[in-house]
Write a protein that binds this ligand. Sequence first.
Ligand code: UDP
Length: 332
Amino acid sequence: MRVLVTGGAGFVGSHTVVSLIEAGHEPVVVDNFINSDRSVLGRIGKLTGNVPELHEADIRDKDAMTDIARTGFDACMHFAALKAVGESVEKPMLYYDNNVSGTISLVEALLEADVNSFVFSSSCTVYGEPETLPLDESMPIGTATNPYGWTKIMMEQVLRDVQLANPDWSVSLLRYFNPVGAHPSGLLGEDPVGTPNNLMPYVARVAAGILPKLQVFGDDYPTADGTGIRDYIHVVDLAEGHLAALARHAGDAGVHTYNLGTGQGHSVLELVRAYEEVSSRPVAYEITGRRPGDVAASWADVTMATEHLGWMTTRDLHEMCADSWNWQQKAR
Ligand code: UDP
């Protein structure tokens, strides 16, 4: 299939482009490189022997997106979005504009060009504060604690409404849990600019001696060791989840919602210990106060994806840490 991939140079997007090429598809990347690097395209070429077609464009530029979409696609995978929670609180309009307005202009372009299969990067953040665990897709959408979370809730709603008005559309809403790790080759990974907000990239830099110590945000949660629990998922497993959704639902009218996680939760301290083991480096940490907006625990019920997509993760926490550490050590 010829697949338009917005944000194809980003963390999850680039790994999915690799999986698409490996499966014989033809991904076409759209990226504005505000949070990614041009070198990613060459790295994808090195890994797969195939440098994907690239259009440097902003998804908010409807005319540019319409021109691209009119070159003909079987499906669109939409990764392009801003994702820093703290920044979204400081700059809400930037987030609503990029994420929500961007999705609207992209969808308008696809409607004009008659591209009607859509795979969307959603997030478990749409569930809000979990009442019971694990989280399953039938649970109501909750209340976000920051503008980033609201944009995911809003984008999902836009897509459900577009599908209702265009019954031939196929929309897959893929709710990611916590994507981590890197490509095992060490050629692709996540390289946040400045101090990382997320746990694994932060731990990677402490292990590498770039940052002195990790702040563990709270050890008084109602969990076994008191630290927060999340469902970490290897980015290559996540990429493969997108391919499974494409294979199952391209051209299959309706809205198809799936959790993409492992179904298993790990605490902050479990992750720290796993990282110490794979890197053979100490990860110094101190316990600090809870981070505002954090939930105690979150993990997925993955029955839907297992049964309907025939997909499940195969990479455990050690492999996630090992691939992250391999990426961290490679000079870039
Ligand atoms: N966390 C932490 N220190 C950090 C970053 C994160 O203790 O420097 C904790 C956070 O409180 C949560 C878990 O690690 O329990 C995962 O946080 P992350 O920001 O990676 O993902 P989130 O689930 O918040 O999107």
